[in-house]
Ligand binder design. Structure first.
Ligand SMILES: O=c1ccn([C@@H]2O[C@H](COP(=O)(O)O)[C@@H](O)[C@H]2O)c(=O)[nH]1
Length: 230
C-alpha cells in the first residue's frame, strides 16, 4: 500500500483538541503522526480508532532502550495497526536488529525507521554531545547503520535526502520533519526545507506540524501545502 506523502504532526495536548482538526481531514489525503504528548494523553485505543477511520498513522515514539524492551515496544505498536513506527538509530545495531526481527512474522508489519539526527539539531548540538562529525557525516553514518540492521528507512532532514538516496539507495525510505512552507516560522527547527524543495530533493514522506496546527485555518493550510507539491 502506498503511504501518504504528508503526515500531519498532531502535537496537541489531548484527543479532543486533535479531533477538531482530524474531523476536517480526509484519510486519503494525509496521514497523521501521533507523538509522545498525544499518545501519553490519548492512549492506544484512541490511536486504534484513527486506524479504523482509515488514516495512515505514523506512531512517532522514537523508542530507545535495551534491545528486548524496544522489540516488545515495536511489537505493541504494530498490533495497533499503525503504518510507521520508529526507534533511535543511536540505540545501536543490536537494538535495531532486535526491533526488526520482532516485526518479522507479524500479520501487520509497519515500516520500521530510525531517527538519525533530530531536525532541531545543528553542528553545535552535536559538538555538545561530544560528536565531532558534521551533521551530514553523522546522518550518513546512522542511516547506514540503520540499513545494515535491517530497517527500511530513516527520519532525517530533507536537506540530507539527496545524499542519503545516493548512499542508501532509492528504496530506502526518508521521513522528513522540519518542513516549513515559504515564509513560515522555523520555531525550534534548525534543518528545514519547504515542501516543494523537499519533494525535489527526493523525500518519500514529510512531517508537518505547527505550520498546520497553529494556522488560523488548519484545513486550508493542509490544502495549500498539498497544492504546492501537486
Ligand atoms: O528529527 C525529528 C524527529 C521528529 N520530529 C517531530 O516532527 C514534528 C515536527 O513538528 P513541527 O511543528 O512541524 O516542527 C514534531 O512532532 C517532532 O516531534 C522532528 O521535528 N524532528
Amino acid at each position: 500500500m502506498e503511504l501518504p506523502k504528508v503526515y500531519v504532526a498532531l502535537d496537541y495536548q489531548n484527543a479532543s483538541d486533535a479531533d477538531l482538526l482530524i474531523n476536517q481531514l480526509a484519510p486519503g489525503k494525509v496521514g497523521l503522526k501521533v507523538g509522545k504528548e498525544l499518545f501519553t494523553s490519548a492512549g492506544p485505543e484512541w490511536v486504534k480508532g484513527l486506524v479504523q477511520k482509515g488514516f495512515s498513522i505514523f506512531l512517532d515514539l522514537k523508542f530507545h532502550d535495551i534491545p528486548n524492551t524496544v522489540a516488545k515496544a515495536v511489537t505493541a505498536a504494530a498490533k495497533l495497526g499503525v503504518d510507521v513506527v520508529n526507534v533511535h538509530a543511536s540505540g545501536g545495531s543490536r537494538m535495531m536488529k532486535s526491533a526488526a526481527e520482532a516485526l518479522k512474522g507479524l500479520d501487520a508489519q509497519p515500516l520500521l525507521i530510525a531517527v538519525t539526527v533530530l531536525t532541531s539539531m545543528d553542528e553545535d548540538d552535536l559538538k555538545e554531545l561530544g560528536i565531532s562529525k558534521t551533521i551530514n557525516e553523522q546522518v550518513e553514518y546512522l542511516a547506514s547503520l540503520a540499513k545494515s540492521s535491517g530497517l527500511q528507512g530513516v527520519v532525517c532532514s530533507a536537506q540530507e535526502a539527496k545524499m542519503l538516496k545516493a548512499v542508501c539507495g532509492k528504496d530506502f525510505k526518508l521521513m522528513t520533519p522540519g518542513i516549513r512552507p515559504e515564509g513560515s516560522n522555523k520555531d525550534d527547527q534548525r534543518r528545514t526545507m519547504t515542501p516543494p524543495e523537499a519533494v525535489s530533493a527526493g523525500v518519500d514522506y514529510m512531517v508537518i506540524g505547527r505550520p498546520i496546527t497553529q494556522s488560523s485555518d488548519p484545513a486550508k493550510a493542509v490544502d495549500d501545502i498539498l497544492a504546492s507539491i501537486a
